[in-house]
Write a protein that binds this ligand. Structure first.
Ligand code: SF4
Length: 564
C-alpha cells in the first residue's frame, strides 16, 4: 500500500457527508465506477442514485472508484499501489461486481484504463470466474451499448430504480447456488428485465459492412431488450446522496423534478429515452428541498424539462421562503415568464441559458424546437427587465440541410437580442455579457435524426471560425465552442457497432492517440460517422427497445426533411 495515496483518499472520504461504509462480511460487494475524475463523477445524480440503490439492498455493499488523477494513475500503473475503492480501500479485483455508470461516450477509453489498473482482462471473453462481473449502465449505454459490448459481461439498461434491485436478487441467488460465470449470465439474461448480456447475442454483417442480423445464441432469450421505465417516480426520491467538496456542483444540493420531455425535439436523445414524461409531485420535491437545505443553501432543480413542471413557481417560492436559493437546470425559452425570472433573480442567479438551437426558423422547425424568434426576444426582454446581466445562448451547427445563411442567422439573432434588449430598456440597461455556446449536432441513436450523417470536421471548423470572427471585436460577446475532432469521436462511439471496440482497444494501446489508432485498425470509422443510413437497414442499437416504433421515427425524420 502506498501511504501517501491511502492518506489522500482517507481525507477525501472524511470531507464527505452521506457516504456508506458497511462491513464486508458475507455481503455481496459492488464497486461503482465512474470513468472520469472524482469532481465530475460526484456531480452526477445518476451515479449517486445507483450508489444508494445498491447500498439499500440489505445483503449488498457498494463502494466507489473514479479515474485517478494523472499523478495517482502513474503510481497505480507502476504497481506501487493497488487500484482501490474509496470507502474501504479494497483492491477493485476483490469485489464481486465492478459496475460502471456511463453518461458520456467520450469517457469510454477511461473504462479500459480502469480495467487495466484493476488487473481485470479488458475483454469479457477472457475473464474467468475469479474476476468481478463487469456491469455497465447509464444513458450512454442505454442509447447504444454495442461499441463497448466486448468489454462488459452485462449491461443493465434504462432507469435503475426497479431493474437494479431485481438484478441484485438474481445475482445473490446465483451466487448462493454456486453458479459459474456463464450460467449466472444466462440466468440473469433470462430472468431480469432490462439486462443485456452481449456474449449471448451474435451479430452478422453484410460484405458492405451493414448489419445483416442479430440473434440470440440460446433459445428462450428475448429478441430485443425491452425497457420498462418506472411509472411512478414519486415512489423513490432522486436527490443528492453524498455531499462532497471540490466537485463540479459542490454548492448545490441536486433534486430531480422530472423525467422525460413531451416536446420531442427531433435531435434530443433524452426525450426519446426517458419516456413517458413524468413529474415528481410538489410534496415529494419540497421534502427533498427540506433535506437539502439542512446541508446547503442552494437547491439545484434538475430534470429533462424542469421548466415544464406545472408547479415550478410554487417550488421556487417555497425554496425562497426557507431562505434558500434555487438553481434551475434548463429553461425552455417559451416557458420564461415574470414569475420564473423573478425567482431566479431572488435566488441570486446572474446568468440564464436559453437554447434557440438554430438561428433560422427553417432549422428550428426541422428540429421541431417549437419556438420562434419572437419567443427568444421576449425571453431576453424579461431577463433584461429583471436585471439578469448575463445570457448564454445555445446553438447547434452542422445540422442537416444547413446552409451558409443559417450560420449568418445565428450571428444576426445574437446581435438582435443585444439590440432588442437595449431598445426595450431605452438604453438604460444592457446585458453585461452574451455568451454563444456553439455545439456541433451529433445524430443520436433512437431519435428521428439518427439516420443523418455528421457534418465533416473541416466544414464545421470553418463555420465556427465565421461565428467567432463575427464577434471578434465586440467585448460584450463571447463565443465558446467544442472541438470538431472530438465530436467525430463522440459520433463514432455513439453510432458504432461492436467492431468499434477494436478501435477503442487500439486507442488504449496507443495511450490515447486516436489518429494512429484509426490508421492502424482495419475498421472504417467514416462508415459510422459520415454515412447517411437507410431506413430499411438494421442499426446497431436496435437491440434495445425503448418503446418508440421505428415507423414513428421514420415518419418524424421524413417530416423534418420535408420541412414540416
Ligand atoms: S425541450 Fe429540451 S428536453 Fe425537451 S425534447 Fe426539446 S431539447 Fe429535449
Amino acid at each position: 500500500m502506498n501511504w501517501k495515496l491511502k492518506k489522500k483518499y482517507t481525507t477525501l472520504l472524511e470531507n464527505e457527508k452521506g457516504y456508506v461504509k458497511k462491513n464486508w462480511g458475507t455481503n455481496n460487494t459492488v464497486c461503482l465506477a465512474y470513468p472520469h475524475y472524482y469532481r465530475a463523477g460526484m456531480a452526477n445524480l445518476g451515479f449517486q442514485t445507483v450508489y444508494k440503490i445498491f447500498n439499500d439492498q440489505p445483503s449488498f455493499l457498494c463502494e466507489r472508484v473514479f479515474l485517478p488523477a494523472a499523478g495517482d494513475e502513474a503510481e497505480f500503473a507502476a504497481g506501487r499501489a493497488e487500484f482501490f475503492s474509496i470507502e474501504s480501500q479494497k483492491p477493485i479485483g476483490e469485489f464481486d461486481i465492478l459496475a460502471f455508470s456511463l453518461s458520456f461516450e467520450n469517457d469510454y477509453p477511461n473504462i479500459l484504463k480502469m480495467l487495466e489498473l484493476s488487473g481485470i482482462p479488458l475483454s469479457a471473453a477472457c475473464r474467468s470466474d475469479d474476476y468481478p462481473l463487469v456491469v455497465g449502465g447509464g444513458i450512454a449505454a442505454t442509447i447504444n451499448p454495442e461499441p463497448i459490448a466486448s468489454f462488459f459481461d452485462l449491461f443493465i439498461l434504462g432507469e435503475a430504480e426497479e431493474a437494479l434491485p431485481a438484478f441484485a436478487r438474481v445475482f445473490e441467488e446465483a451466487r448462493l447456488q454456486g453458479l459459474s460465470r456463464g450460467d449466472m449470465l444466462l440466468k440473469v439474461q433470462k430472468t431480469v428485465p432490462q439486462v443485456y448480456v452481449p456474449c449471448l447475442y451474435e451479430v452478422k454483417y453484410f460484405p458492405d459492412s451493414r448489419m445483416e442480423r442479430v440473434r440470440a445464441i440460446v433459445s428462450g432469450l428475448p429478441e430485443k431488450i425491452k425497457i420498462h421505465p418506472p411509472a411512478n417516480i414519486n415512489a423513490f426520491c432522486t436527490e443528492e446522496v453524498i455531499s462532497a467538496p471540490q466537485t463540479e456542483m459542490e454548492d448545490m444540493y441536486l433534486v430531480e423534478v422530472n423525467r422525460g420531455c413531451a416536446r420531442s425535439c427531433r435531435f434530443c436523445a433524452a426525450s426519446f429515452i426517458y419516456r413517458p414524461v413524468r413529474f415528481r409531485s410538489y410534496e415529494k420535491i419540497v421534502q427533498s428541498v427540506d433535506r437539502g437545505l439542512t446541508v446547503k443553501k442552494k437547491i439545484g432543480l434538475i430534470g429533462t424539462a424542469v421548466s415544464d413542471h406545472p408547479e415550478l413557481a410554487g417550488i421556487g417560492e417555497y425554496i425562497l421562503a426557507k431562505n434558500g436559493q434555487a438553481g434551475i437546470g434548463s429553461l425552455r425559452v417559451d416557458q420564461i415568464n415574470q414569475e420564473i425570472v423573478g425567482l431566479l433573480k431572488a435566488g441570486g442567479i446572474e446568468t440564464v441559458a436559453l437554447a434557440p438551437e438554430a438561428g433560422s426558423q427553417r432549422l428550428r422547425n426541422l428540429l421541431r424546437k417549437g419556438i420562434t424568434e419572437e419567443d427568444v426576444l421576449r425571453a431576453a426582454e424579461l431577463l433584461m427587465e429583471k436585471e439578469i446581466p448575463n445570457i448564454r445562448l445555445y446553438f447547434m451547427i452542422g445540422l442537416p440541410t444547413e446552409e451558409e445563411k443559417d450560420i449568418e442567422a445565428i450571428i444576426e439573432l445574437a446581435k438582435k437580442i443585444q439590440h432588442h434588449a437595449r431598445q426595450h430598456t431605452r438604453g438604460k440597461r444592457i446585458f453585461r455579457s452574451i455568451t454563444l455556446s456553439i455545439n456541433q449536432f451529433i445524430p443520436k441513436p433512437s431519435t428521428p435524426l439518427q439516420w443523418c450523417e455528421l457534418a465533416d470536421v473541416g466544414t464545421v471548423g470553418r463555420k465556427i471560425k465565421k461565428i467567432v470572427n463575427a464577434f471578434g471585436c465586440e467585448k460584450q460577446f463571447k463565443v465558446i465552442h467544442d472541438v470538431p475532432k472530438w465530436n467525430y469521436v463522440q459520433a463514432l462511439l455513439s453510432l458504432g457497432d461492436r467492431r468499434v471496440g477494436e478501435i477503442l482497444l487500439a486507442v488504449h494501446r496507443l495511450c490515447g492517440n486516436w489518429a494512429q489508432a484509426l490508421k492502424e485498425v482495419n475498421v472504417n470509422a467514416d462508415f459510422y460517422v459520415y454515412r447517411r443510413k437507410q431506413f430499411d437497414e438494421i442499426l446497431p442499437w436496435e437491440i434495445v427497445d425503448l418503446g418508440t416504433s421505428k415507423k414513428a421515427l421514420i415518419s418524424e425524420c421524413q417530416k423534418a426533411m420535408e420541412g414540416k
